[in-house]
Design a protein. Structure first.
Length: 281
């Protein structure tokens, strides 16, 4: 598994393996696996759906070069984590990664991506478990703070960039491009603020709180996977500077997050409704 990696890369592999083992011991000790037909069916369904979404992923052009992978894999994994217990969520993330390696074998499997898939599935499950007793007002305050920090952080980062590498080309980032991207991000965040306020004032408190909690984990999941971890692993594997490759991913995340929020919330409600109906039988 670790052949072909340099000393630094091997150290990262070992650290990722230890983190995976540590998470496994913690999750299965604190949240014992409850084996039921429903859990098995839902877990298998999510693994299959995520694998299909991965196969249907497409590269879209950015600055004229196909450089951004458009995929709904992360959305499926986040929905899985939001619908399953932590132990089952851990298994879904791990099995999905293993299935991907079987479908598309690689000479050098990298445990960083395995860890990413496990985390992006496990964290939503832990969040939903811990947030059950959270007051709705606190949930909204948290998401407002996260949105504000995300917008300010993205704007500061973009204005610091003067050029990025796309494929083999170096593309200069003009002031007009920076302003356009920041304007797009600002509009997206304002829209999310408006939607949140609407939910607070016009929906039942539990529905509004559920939406705020989902929005929180959808944003954190997309940012963690697309903006933080994936550029980090690409830096380790291919020595693509993390700070440089993150630029394209910031733009991608700003497109995907609203989609994840709207589509994902509908999916979560559907899964919970089906789960509840199954338990009633």
């Amino acid at each position: 598994m670790f052949s072909g990696f340099s000393g630094g890369d091997l150290l990262v592999q070992v650290i990722c393996l230890l983190v995976l083992i540590g998470l496994c011991l913690f999750v299965f000790k604190k949240y014992p696996l409850q084996v039921t037909i429903q859990n098995i069916v839902f877990a298998a369904m999510f693994v299959l759906l995520a694998s299909v979404m991965n196969a249907l992923s497409v590269m879209i052009p950015f600055f004229g070069v196909p450089s951004v992978k458009l995929s709904f894999v992360i959305l499926v994994l986040i929905v899985a984590g939001s619908s399953l217990s932590p132990s089952w969520a851990y298994l879904v993330g791990l099995v999905f990664d293993l299935v991907g390696l079987l479908i598309v074998p690689t000479d050098q499997p990298f445990l960083g991506f395995t860890l990413s898939h496990v985390l992006v599935t496990l964290l939503p499950s832990l969040w939903y478990v811990k947030s059950q007793s959270m007051e709705p007002k606190l949930a909204f305050r948290i998401i407002y703070t996260v949105l504000l920090c995300l917008g300010v952080g993205a704007a500061v980062y973009i204005f610091q960039m003067d050029e990025i590498q796309v494929g083999q080309d170096i593309v200069a980032i003009t002031t007009v491009m920076k302003l356009s991207i920041v304007l797009f991000i600002s509009v997206a965040i304002v829209v999310l603020f408006v939607v949140l306020r609407y939910m607070q004032k016009n929906q039942k408190e539990d529905t509004a709180a559920a939406f705020a909690k989902w929005m929180m984990i959808a944003i954190v999941g997309e940012v963690l996977y697309s903006i933080i971890l994936t550029p980090l692993w690409l830096d380790v594997m291919y020595h693509i500077p993390w700070f440089v490759s993150m630029f394209i991913r910031v733009v991608k995340a700003c497109v995907m997050i609203p989609i994840d929020i709207v589509v994902g919330f509908s999916l979560v409600k559907l899964v919970h409704k089906v789960s509840f109906a199954s338990k009633q039988k």
